[in-house]
Design a protein around this ligand. Structure first.
Ligand SMILES: CC(C)(COP(=O)(O)OP(=O)(O)OC[C@H]1O[C@@H](n2cnc3c(N)ncnc32)[C@H](O)[C@@H]1OP(=O)(O)O)[C@@H](O)C(=O)NCCC(=O)NCCS
Length: 172
């Protein structure tokens, strides 16, 4: 990794194009690289997230360095004010396992605590075992589900027909 280490700043709408490119290029696990998978992933983070949730979303960067090291798109729930929600996260493949994901999650936990939240939730595809390892490493537990796969329990059709999800929760 370049020196100095990445630091956090709030996201802005200007970050959207680079995030959209990252959504295409950064996911290299088997099954995540097909054109269909890429289009579905990009469609999950349209520009509106960086227009309406930028102040609760985070960018990992090194000042003076153009490289995007990581992004976290999240919010404090409007309907559950004690709950933060992480919608999407990604770390540049050139900086994995160096604590960038931890830096962004810790920053989001602090942001949520400051706004009165007592827990954070998120979901992932059951086939994303990396995401399960990362979330376990960040202190999340898996919520119960009627089915179980390699990553743990999940809920079939959670996000629509044929779209299962593992559900994570972490107290703050
Ligand atoms: C998942 C992801 C965000 C992790 O980011 P990262 O910066 O590499 O993670 P960190 O270095 O901060 O790791 C934090 C902890 O997560 C766990 N972890 C992270 N990567 C892991 C891996 N490949 N295998 C096992 N555990 C892992 C570890 O407990 C780690 O702590 P440790 O390094 O002290 O052991 C990153 O791999 C990524 O962007 N992956 C592709 C996109 C994706 O799948 N995103 C998740 C969608 S929900």
């Amino acid at each position: 990794m370049h020196s100095p280490a990445p630091t956090l700043r709030p996201a802005s709408e200007a970050d959207f194009p680079r995030i959209a490119h990252a959504l295409r290029d950064w996911w290299r696990q088997p099954g995540f690289e097909t054109e269909l998978a890429i289009r579905e992933r990009v469609a999950m983070v349209p520009r509106l997230w960086l227009q309406h949730f930028a102040s609760t979303s985070l960018i990992a960067h090194v000042p003076g360095d153009d490289q995007l090291y990581g992004f976290l798109v999240g919010f404090v729930s409007a309907d559950r004010p004690d709950e933060g929600y992480i919608h999407f996260v990604g770390v540049w493949p050139g900086a994995r396992r160096m604590g960038v994901g931890r830096l962004m999650y810790t920053g989001f936990f602090d942001l949520c605590r400051a706004r009165g939240c007592t827990r954070v939730r998120c979901v992932a595809s059951p086939q994303n075992v990396l995401s399960v390892d990362f979330h376990r490493g960040m202190g999340f537990t898996l919520e119960p589900g009627p089915e179980s796969g390699p990553g743990g329990p999940y809920v079939p059709d959670y996000d629509g027909p044929g779209i299962p999800r593992i559900r994570f929760v972490r107290p703050l």
